[in-house]
Design a protein around this ligand. Structure first.
Ligand code: DNO
Length: 355
């Protein structure tokens, strides 16, 4: 596996490539072209400039998170082919630039959803948190405003204000889309992009829905073992793969994370590894990465990845805000660096004990 951190680009991130380079064991970053909107074809020169900037800092661009999918593709409207053509052009250019892993999601309207961006924990750190009760009390169009005050001025991935301004129209677009329709639209999209993925050896890695259940009555399908295996079978090509995100699948306590990992052998192309602490099955907060601070057995998760021969990029995921850092919630430097170091420690111990 290759340890990486997500990086939001020099224009948007408070964390620098130089700082990332100094986190022991981190050799790459995961990034994207910020400033592009879903549906457009990326320019080759922009891709190459991003890659060069990262390489000049002594790191590798280990993959893209995300090339986002236009809502017309998810909804399956008649103009979807135009947007799929643009997606294919982007993949072609990424392939030609030597980039072989692309993370994306198929969540309607909202990307990941949290109800608090700065819940204070007993140690004074602040974390992202979610309660179903808070969501149930809100109208979707008020969701963005209810959390944006705590974002430290950052634009959260998936919560771009331009999209949120059209939230009512977005809900309208999805009104006839149920789980089956979403599966069918995902299949259509994957079948169209697989030839270019085969040609350039691009591993597509779908990110799970977070939380792993329906919010605001919207359909959500990438939520559990049965559904993800259905998706793998539906387009049975190794380039149709998964971002295994422990914190997203883990929101549903019925998901057995190590078992899911083992069932996805050969199809996990990217891993997000983090821990959650549950106060009730529908009230959770993002703890430190250590097993002892949360609910998941992080050793078992890393062991399962080791057992299936996982060799893609991995990253610690959202961290706590600690040591007075001011950064995008979940994406400060300090706690993610601690997370990377901890995961590297687990991995070293697993490798040595298997010699
Ligand atoms: C949240 C992230 C998600 C993820 C997308 C993938 O921090 O894990 O926003 O990047 O869902 O497309």
């Amino acid at each position: 596996m290759q340890m990486t951190l997500r990086w939001f680009g020099s224009k948007y991130d408070t964390v620098t490539l130089k700082q990332i380079r100094q986190v022991p064991g981190v050799t790459g970053v995961i990034s994207t072209l910020y400033g592009t909107t879903p549906g457009e074809a990326w320019e080759m020169e922009d891709i190459l400039a991003l890659k060069k900037e990262i390489e000049d800092a002594g790191l590798e661009l280990a993959g893209i998170e995300s090339v986002n999918i236009h809502d017309s593709i998810k909804v399956g409207t008649p103009d979807r082919d135009k947007y799929i053509d643009n997606y294919i052009t982007t993949l072609e250019r990424l392939g030609r630039a030597g980039i072989h892993m692309v993370c994306y999601n198929f969540m309607p309207v909202f990307d990941w959803t949290r109800t608090e961006l700065a819940r204070v924990r007993p140690d004074g750190s602040t974390v992202l948190a979610y309660t179903q009760e808070a969501v149930d009390a809100l109208k979707p169009e008020d969701m963005f405003a209810s959390i944006s005050g705590d974002s430290n001025g950052a634009i959260l991935p998936g919560w771009e204000p331009e999209r949120m301004a059209h939230i009512k129209e977005l809900f309208e677009m999805y009104k006839d889309v149920d789980d089956e329709k979403l599966f069918a639209n995902l299949k259509y999209f994957l079948e169209r992009i697989m030839p270019v993925c085969d040609k350039y050896d691009i591993n597509m890695a779908i990110h799970p829905d977070d939380p792993a259940w329906s919010v605001f009555g919207l359909p959500r399908i990438i939520i559990n073992k049965a559904n993800i295996l259905r998706m793998m079978k539906m387009v049975d090509n190794p380039h149709n793969g998964v971002t295994f995100c422990s914190g997203s699948y883990g929101t549903n306590l019925e998901n057995d994370l190590p078992d899911m990992i083992r069932s996805l052998k050969g199809r996990i192309h990217f891993a997000h590894v983090r821990n959650l602490k549950f106060n009730s099955p529908t009230d959770f907060e993002e703890s430190a990465h250590l097993s002892s601070d949360g609910t998941f057995d992080m050793y078992e998760i890393m062991l399962a990845l080791y057992d299936i021969g996982f060799d893609g990029p991995i990253r610690p995921d959202h961290g706590r805000m600690i040591w007075d850092e001011v950064a995008m919630p979940g994406y400060g430097l300090y706690d993610r660096a601690l997370g990377a170091t901890y995961l590297n420690g687990l991995w070293e111990a697993i490798c040595k004990s298997h010699k």
